[in-house]
Design a protein around this ligand. Structure first.
Ligand code: HAM
Length: 413
């Protein structure tokens, strides 16, 4: 019989890997709640038009990377490639927003992008996502970056780089866009990769971010967005920077940072690491003020970020599993049920551990006990079975052991 294998780019998370993800989620929940974020869980499946309208038709994500299929009635559905679009849809649909109100949502879960799988890039990956609605102020952007830093530090990740840029707004970006197109034309269209020849007209900012060697060379000397910001965008960007400066948070200005999704205006940032291969971004985000309105909602400022959990997990490495409290070694085969029930009583008292389902020699059971790393081993042999007792062996200490009635032991726990 041929085995059914998992889908390419999708991973199984066995307990050791899942433990790292749980740690990431728990740390995020704890840190983000200090900043007033409440958890929002949105569906994995959404109408395809939501992503086309929010992420943008000319992006790689929408153009090439979505898992899109018709449902049984022929309606086009898409597995979310990111969380922001769904969060905005939910926020707009809830009608919770009123002018002057600030709402903060935290989301976590799997996302799906049909990319070429490689180290740090999967087709199903997981994000921790934070969004703020109703705050046009630079403080909201700076607060997100500070919160992200506190979160990463809480995980012990301190050697990461924060890259920062402003992408201007609908007032100042068109002129910058044109300046870029003119620049590319001056360099000769044919030298750029096929994707960039197309992007040049549809999404000229993305050309700046192309990884192809020829394009990287050709964009050297391209005009920089930060020289084309309008007065308001300039002031907003300068506020973000001065808050980060005052908080002593180092960052690098990167005028080439354009992000891969079309909804951004003004602040854009990424957190990168040199230790995880070619996919260096562990988190990315920025402001997307126009998105709620363009999805039929209020004209409301919005800003947020997402962390890639697989990439954070790569930085954290493997986690040591917590040692169990006990292991019950069954030496007399008649004691198997007693051992199991004693384990149940210990667990009801809050201890963690296992009883061996089958009996065996003292030597083999001790080997098994050592393998689990349990702090205490309870031995039930012939005498203990007859007397309803256990021999308690301290595995961590000096192998000290004593025999006690099981009932008495349970009373003492
Ligand atoms: P993004 O930059 O596309 O932004 O993704 C955020 C993070 O998700 C990346 O920095 C990376 O760590 C991780 N990531 C993305 N694609 C993959 C993949 N194929 N495999 C593994 N990890 C991946 C967004 O998604 C925006 N929605 C962030 C945002 C929230 N902006 C405002 N609010």
């Amino acid at each position: 019989m041929s085995r059914i294998k998992k889908i390419k780019g999708f991973a199984d998370l066995f307990p050791q890997d899942a433990a790292v993800f749980t740690k990431l989620e728990n740390t995020a929940r704890e840190v983000f709640s200090r900043y007033g974020f409440g958890e929002l869980r949105t569906p994995i499946l959404e109408k395809t038009e939501l992503f086309i309208k929010s992420i943008g038709e000319d992006t790689d994500v929408v153009g090439k990377e979505m898992f899109t299929f018709p449902d049984r009635k022929g309606r086009s559905l898409t597995m979310r490639p990111e969380a922001t679009a769904g969060v905005v849809r939910a926020f707009v649909e809830s009608g919770e927003y009123q002018p002057g109100k600030v709402l903060k949502y935290f989301t976590t879960g799997p996302m799906f992008r049909y990319e070429r799988p490689q180290k740090g890039r999967q087709r199903q990956f997981h994000q921790l996502n934070a969004e703020i609605f109703g705050a046009p102020e630079a403080q909201a952007d700076a607060e997100l970056i500070l919160m992200l830093k506190v979160f990463l530090n809480a995980l012990g990740l301190t050697k990461l780089t924060i890259e920062l840029n402003s992408l201007g707004c609908h007032e100042c970006r068109p002129a910058y866009r044109q300046a870029l197109i003119d620049f590319y034309k001056s360099r000769g269209k044919d030298g750029f990769c096929e994707d960039c020849q197309r992007r040049m007209e549809t999404n000229p900012l993305r050309v700046l971010d192309c990884k192809a060697k020829a394009c990287k060379e050709l964009v050297k000397g391209a005009p920089e967005i930060t020289d084309h910001l309008c007065g308001e965008c300039e002031a907003h960007f300068s506020d973000v920077k001065s808050i980060l400066d005052a908080a002593n948070v180092p960052y690098e200005l990167n005028p080439r940072l354009v992000r891969g999704l079309d909804y951004y205006v003004r602040t854009a940032f990424e957190v990168t690491s040199g230790d995880i291969g070619s996919q260096t971004a562990v988190a990315g985000g920025g402001r997307y003020d126009g998105l709620p309105k363009s999805l039929g909602g209020p004209d409301c400022a919005s800003t947020g970020f997402a962390c890639g959990m697989e990439r954070l997990a790569m930085l954290l490495g493997e986690m040591e599993a917590d040692a169990p409290d006990f292991y019950i070694a069954v030496i007399d085969e008649r004691a198997a049920n007693d051992a199991m029930l004693f384990a149940q009583q210990l667990r009801e008292k809050g201890l963690r551990g296992e009883a061996s389902y089958s009996s065996g020699s003292m030597k083999s059971r001790m080997r098994a006990a050592n393998k689990t790393g349990a702090k205490t081993c309870f031995i039930i042999g012939e005498n203990e079975f007859a007397e309803k007792s256990v021999t308690v062996k301290d595995m961590a200490g000096d192998d000290e052991q004593y025999t006690i009635s099981r009932e008495e032991y349970l009373e003492k726990v």
